[in-house]
Design a protein around this ligand. Sequence first.
Ligand code: ATP
Ligand code: MG
Length: 354
Amino acid sequence: MSRLHLSHVGHAYSENSFALRPTDLTFEHGRTYALLGPSGCGKTTMLNIISGLLQPSQGRVLFDERDMTPVPTAQRNIAQVFQFPVIYQSKTVFENLAFPLQCRNWDRARIGPRVQEIADMLGLTSRLGRPARDLTVDEKQLISLGRGLVRDDVAAILMDEPLTVIDPQMKFELRRRIKQAHTYARMTVIYVTHDQNEAMSFADEILVMKDGLVVQRGTPETLFERPADSYVGTFIGSPGMNFLPVTRDGDRLTLAGQPLGRSSKELPQGEITLGVRPEHVSFSNAMDKDSFPVTIVSIEDHGSVRILDLALGDARARMKLARENVVPSRQTQVAVRFKRFCYYVNGKLIDFAE
Ligand SMILES: Nc1ncnc2c1ncn2[C@@H]1O[C@H](COP(=O)(O)OP(=O)(O)OP(=O)(O)O)[C@@H](O)[C@H]1O
Ligand SMILES: [Mg+2]
């Protein structure tokens, strides 16, 4: 399969309430995708429709041009990894990895080398003879992944929050192995998470979801630098984007009564919202034409960074500074400038400046 296409797919578990609103989406072969969004936004619903565990109430699931909607899960060449490892506890690791191949009538002589190859890649070789129940939960999750990878007919692997039950210190390592598995097998990976860091560090492309709808898809950089709406701006980033009221009067733009250095043809007259990342706020010289006087309201120490709460007239903005920067004390008046920012009207991105 080179392309997975959800054609006008929507799903309602009960009448008049779409868990996944009718949508058209494509996933290209060999790329990694993250479905990112809060609990209940429809991530698992979308994944289960792709795998065939769930029949959509409307639309078609196409693998290349082939309509797979009526095709059962077992015939879809798709592997799934869930929150909890799905393995045979009493079987050995070898038997667990060999099982999908036995089910497909592989020759015994081929099964051994193939299991060995996958175990080597996942770092499970020394565990092959052990019963799966003796292994740690992260190793068990690797077996679940291995059971999908061992087949040579898998075109896509779907992962539904696979790191949820993994200890925080093991998450990094497991994520590294999952990435390694992707590099090795080059199948499409769709990875569900509500953790933006997990999505950002894993996927080529992220699909941000809200209330059953994909509100923006793009690279981690696009979602960070040009959020399509205020929801994505707030959801991505820590802390999220600042939104500040700007007024356009003729060709003049003002923020908190201060002239703003730049204006643009795209912008309508009247009230506009400026979105700026806390990372793109920096101290400046008060004499610079694009700088603003602000008052430092509070300073939070986050170890490697500091988050400053700034007052610009009645508006508030946060600023994120690396620890080595010298920070004036609270209540001090300073000047700041914005390195990059976006303009929003009715919550939608209409222009950006840098
Ligand atoms: N089997 C079901 N029957 C009825 N409603 C369901 C069913 N499964 C999910 N829902 C509802 O559909 C919506 C989307 O659920 P879904 O499980 O797809 O969300 P999710 O993004 O995976 O959430 P989470 O992060 O909590 O796993 C939610 O409102 C949920 O309550
Ligand atoms: Mg879910």
